[in-house]
Design a protein around this ligand. Structure first.
Ligand SMILES: [Zn+2]
Length: 177
């Protein structure tokens, strides 16, 4: 049994070296979960039924080979997501630990910028204070800072990354209530 969440938090199930996306619960049995192969759009008709995380039925064979690289990639993403809320380590250390000992082809399939954003997003979602970004690619603006309302004044803020290479401009509008 192996549940995992995608970068965006969608439930996935790994069966052997195949990845399945959740297709929701049965309408007649709320313990019974349906899954479809992640390669469905490529024509694979393999499906699973699980109850309490155990496969009770496998429907149709896969129309493709096992996908070890992708399975390992989603495992790393799952580990990174879990660590993001369980520890307060900085993203580089979390990603370093999660990718330790990985085959080069798996490592090459990972987008480090996305993993860093996943960590930031996960921390914001859990209402932990966001960690100060040290590059633009890790900058995630929490929704509560995005509220745009009626305005009378406009302010400009400059944000410079530590490496001084990029500058972002945040235009904030002041509210008069
Ligand atoms: Zn398949």
């Amino acid at each position: 049994m192996e549940f995992i969440q995608s970068e965006k938090g969608k439930p996935m199930y790994i069966d052997g070296n195949y990845i399945f996306w959740s297709d929701g619960f049965s309408k007649v049995d709320d313990q019974l979960l349906f899954w479809r192969c992640s390669k469905r759009l490529n024509g694979c008709k393999a499906r699973l039924h699980t109850i309490n995380g155990e496969v009770i039925k496998r429907i149709n064979d896969h129309s493709h080979l096992e996908d070890n690289v992708n399975v390992n990639r989603v495992r790393v993403v799952g580990r990174v997501r879990a660590e993001a809320t369980e520890s307060r380590e900085n993203p580089e250390i979390i990603i370093g630990n999660a990718t330790l000992g990985l085959a080069n082809e798996v490592r090459a399939s990972l987008h480090i910028g996305n993993l860093k954003r996943t960590i930031q997003r996960e921390r914001i979602r859990n209402q932990a204070a966001p960690v100060n970004p040290n590059s633009l690619e890790t900058l995630v603006i929490p929704d509560e800072y995005r509220i745009i309302t009626k305005t009378s004044a406009k302010k400009t803020f400059y944000y410079t990354t530590r490496d001084k290479k990029k500058t972002a401009f945040l235009f904030l509008k002041q509210t008069i209530i």
